[in-house]
Design a protein around this ligand. Sequence first.
Ligand SMILES: CCCCCCCC(=O)SCCNC(=O)CCNC(=O)[C@H](O)C(C)(C)COP(=O)(O)OP(=O)(O)OC[C@H]1O[C@@H](n2cnc3c(N)ncnc32)[C@H](O)[C@@H]1OP(=O)(O)O
Length: 228
Amino acid sequence: MWRNCVRLARRGLGRGAVLRPDPTVSRCGVSKDYALPNSSWSQGMMDLYSRFLEMCKDGTWKRIPSYSNSVDHIPGKAFWGVHSKYQPQLWQTINMDTEGVGFEYAMFLNPSEKRMVCLFQPGPYLEGPSGFAHGGSTATIIDSTIGSCATFVAGRVMTANLSINYRNPIPLGSVVLVDSKVDQVEGRKVFLSCHVRSIDGQTLHAEATALFIRLDSTKSLQQQMSCQ
Ligand SMILES: CCCCCCCC(=O)SCCNC(=O)CCNC(=O)[C@H](O)C(C)(C)COP(=O)(O)OP(=O)(O)OC[C@H]1O[C@@H](n2cnc3c(N)ncnc32)[C@H](O)[C@@H]1OP(=O)(O)O
């Protein structure tokens, strides 16, 4: 199991503490691609997935696998420097081993449009208001989608700002399309926007804007991630 293979060791819990992967633990088992259909996917999710797979055939879209470290698999600029002692499995932690209970999703990238979409089916663990997705889970899937888009364009980035307007609640078990794109790049700043809509396009669930900052290559990641 993933948890047995990629235990994270907490070290230096004082100021500036960061979570690092335990170097004594092998990365075996991280190869499961969570972004593939499973029995929890509704017909709506399957239909949308098939539609995007079809659009991958001419190379317009690319399916993005999700290995709990999806950063490794986004085409484009290398995410982690070769000398970095930090491993990317810290980043994508939203997969769950039990199918259907949490984030069921699959992302597709349109490189020429600098656009990343995510088919998202929230499960019961993500409940906020009765029967609907928690706003934090919506924020998580938006951040991951928009962040993957920013990563494709700029490489090593972190969310500096994420602003969400929640327009209509997302029913648990329904399928929504998270559609994000890069609006502008100014130096190290990547500005993006995103809409979350029902698959028939009739309901706008949320809209968001975000600023991602490309990490400064002259600073160590520890400096940039320290709490000091
Ligand atoms: C595939 C993976 C998808 C992953 C998606 C998930 C991504 C995440 O959730 S990341 C985790 C959440 N984010 C964080 O914890 C980030 C915490 N913040 C930080 O680490 C730092 O503030 C960081 C890295 C964003 C920027 O730090 P640093 O590199 O030192 O940049 P800094 O020099 O301060 O600022 C650079 C520029 O950005 C601007 N800027 C920085 N932060 C902000 C902000 N919040 N709002 C507006 N502007 C900002 C600065 O004003 C500056 O502008 P200018 O160049 O015009 O003067």
